[in-house]
Design a binder for this molecule. Structure first.
Ligand SMILES: Cc1cc2nc3c(=O)[nH]c(=O)nc-3n(C[C@H](O)[C@H](O)[C@H](O)COP(=O)(O)OP(=O)(O)OC[C@H]3O[C@@H](n4cnc5c(N)ncnc54)[C@H](O)[C@@H]3O)c2cc1C
Length: 398
């Protein structure tokens, strides 16, 4: 049953999403997932994706004809209520829902949209094959080659850090189609069937136990030309098609999780934890200060996000602001995790980790401490974001 149609009253939308969260988010899902294997985690995230899908909350930002159609203020309400309700974060569908779909809506033909968008809605998993061993921040240096052979491209090369490739059905792959052109010009975006012969996925095990990153090897993989998105050699522009609005709403949900659940959980943790000295952690001035500082910073972050979303609605370019928000979010979350794991000391490492979600949601803070470093790297490192701010906002020379 769909909780609410787009275009109604915002308070009613909030009420229905809140009620839905209260009745549908399993109260003990964190405990159930504690110590889960990767396969169990994937099964759980598939189930949760299906719940969101059935109720119309998986893709509120998509166009109406594809199952979305909620305005930006409505999307904000939905993101706030999912965060407030402590809903599981669904990384498994992130690329399909937030990256691939907007790119397809923006740049694919109607036939391609008809072919791929319903699959994303029905639970197909997508991954993003952009980074390579020698092309991360400098993505335009990518070397994976695609050579046209009749009606097909033949792809050979290697990608790395490809999240969820081990279970993905499709990959949004950036390949080099013209090695003679200048490096931003000779790139093309292909949609690749991850079940094709010639693809080998090697999971990379992370420090907290999960293996949701991979190396992906392509050995003469055949990709039909009708799976090219946009024109040949125009892939750089096509790959930028993810809209600012989607990024803003996604980070807003993350910020709300931190602001509402994360800080509150840190207070609860401090109230129940004794320091080595025997003193309750919450009595310690340093602990109190660290929590208060994170709280104040999370509030500031939310205010910057509000201003950015207003600009998105007004159609103002927000390029530099999203870089500020990305750096700031990574710093706030790292600081809070460092504070909690700092006062916990080694005793905080004795618990069973939960593979893919935040420590404040699971009580396993060490997991989230390790995970928090990724926020300063994935989707553009903090150093690159500083370059963006310097060049685009402050007008500094390159
Ligand atoms: C959680 C997570 C998920 C990811 N998922 C995916 C995915 O699904 N698909 C995918 O394709 N990739 C993914 N990545 C990879 C990510 O996009 C890259 O790690 C990122 O772009 C940085 O590239 P790199 O690791 O090659 O580091 P490099 O680019 O080699 O950078 C190394 C260091 O040098 C600094 N540096 C580099 N250039 C400059 C410069 N011009 N000025 C100042 N400093 C600079 C960087 O800031 C960094 O500190 C993911 C990464 C993370 C952490």
């Amino acid at each position: 049953m769909v909780v609410h149609e787009p275009g109604g009253n915002l308070d009613e939308l909030r009420r229905s999403v809140r009620e839905w969260c209260a009745t549908h988010i399993p109260k003990d899902w964190q405990d159930q997932q504690r110590g889960a294997t990767n396969d169990e985690l994937v099964a759980f995230l598939r189930w949760w994706g299906a719940e969101l899908r059935a109720t119309g909350l998986l893709v509120p930002h998509w166009p109406k004809e594809w199952g979305g159609g909620f305005s930006i203020p409505e999307q904000v309400v939905i993101a706030e209520e999912l965060a407030r309700g402590g809903a599981p974060r669904n990384g498994l569908y992130h690329v399909g829902v937030f990256n691939a779909a907007p790119t397809l809506v923006h740049s694919a033909t109607p036939e391609q949209q008809q072919r791929f968008l319903p699959g994303i809605l029905n639970g197909e998993v997508w991954c993003q094959g952009f980074s390579e061993p020698n092309a991360g921040s400098d993505l335009a240096s990518l070397q994976t080659r695609a050579v046209l052979d009749g009606d097909n491209y033949v792809v050979t090369g290697q990608k790395v850090w490809t999240s969820w490739a081990q279970v993905a059905d499709w990959c949004m792959l950036l390949v080099r189609t013209d090695p003679e052109a200048s490096k931003h010009k000779g790139i093309t975006l292909l949609v690749v069937d991850m079940h094709s012969p010639g693809i080998e996925v090697r999971p990379i095990k992370q420090a907290y136990g999960a293996s949701d990153f991979n190396e992906v090897f392509f050995d003469e993989v055949v990709v039909p030309v009708d799976q090219r998105i946009g024109r040949e050699n125009d892939g750089w522009a096509v790959a930028q098609g993810t809209l600012a609005a989607e990024r803003a709403i996604f980070i807003l949900e993350m910020t709300e999780r931190l602001r509402l659940n994360g800080i509150e959980a840190a207070v609860r943790e401090a109230a129940g934890w004794r320091l080595e000295s025997g003193e309750p952690a919450l009595e310690d001035a340093g602990v109190r200060e660290a929590i208060a500082e994170s709280y104040a910073e999370a509030e500031v972050l939310r205010h910057i996000l509000n201003a950015m979303i207003e600009n998105v609605i007004r159609g103002v370019d927000v390029g530099g602001t999203s870089a500020i928000i990305k750096i700031f979010y990574a710093e706030v979350i790292q600081k809070l995790m460092r504070a909690v794991t700092g006062w916990q000391g080694v005793r905080g490492q004795l618990d069973e980790p939960l593979l893919e979600c935040a420590g404040w949601e699971t009580g396993f803070w060490m997991n989230d401490y390790i995970h928090s470093f990724g926020h300063a790297i994935g989707g553009g490192t903090s150093e690159i974001m500083r370059n963006v701010i310097g060049e685009r906002m402050l007008g500094l020379p390159r």
